[in-house]
Design a binder for this molecule. Structure first.
Ligand SMILES: [Zn+2]
Length: 163
């Protein structure tokens, strides 16, 4: 049985294999796991697909639904190299995901990655859905964070489209 750390490392490796290590290419990856087995994986494709919803987690949930033959994958764990945004967190709830495990958290990356200023979506979800969804952050946080713009980085305005 692979550990959370093993899966986050696999997601990080997938991000690098598909997108390299330049933060400008948004190397974000996710893997959906059910009963210790991978169902699907994906990387961020917003720029390539001109699709604001093509975050790594949504891409992964779409592929997982096809592989699983059901939009709901009850009891699955979603691994992501970066703390999922509100859209991806709620998509996970609709898909029946019961655990979200992520690498880098919002405090470790540039503010451009998150849509909310004061309210953490995960705090809200943890409070509202605490019996249904477990949230675990900070797994290999440093290794994941180094793929992204950091809080102190000067990011060009055109690079801040959160994609
Ligand atoms: Zn997202």
């Amino acid at each position: 049985m692979k550990s959370d750390e093993d899966w986050i490392r696999a997601a990080r490796d997938h991000a690098v294999a598909e997108k390299g290590t330049d933060p400008a290419d948004t190397p974000i990856a996710a893997i959906l796991v059910l009963d210790g087995k991978e169902v699907a994986r994906g990387v961020n494709r917003t720029a390539e697909c001109w699709d604001a919803t093509a975050h790594a987690e949504v891409v992964t949930l779409r592929a997982a639904g096809k592989a699983h033959g059901d939009m709901r994958i009850e009891g699955a764990t979603l691994y992501s190299t970066l703390q999922p945004c509100g859209m991806c967190t709620f998509a996970s709830i609709w898909a029946g995901v019961s655990r979200i495990v992520y690498g880098a958290g919002r405090g470790e990356v540039h503010e451009m990655y998150f849509e909310d200023r004061h309210l953490s979506t995960l705090d809200f979800v943890a409070d509202a859905y605490k019996d249904d969804l477990e949230l675990v952050g900070g797994v290999l946080a440093g290794e994941c964070a180094e793929l992204y713009y950091r809080p102190w980085d000067e990011v060009p305005e055109e690079g801040q489209a959160n994609d």
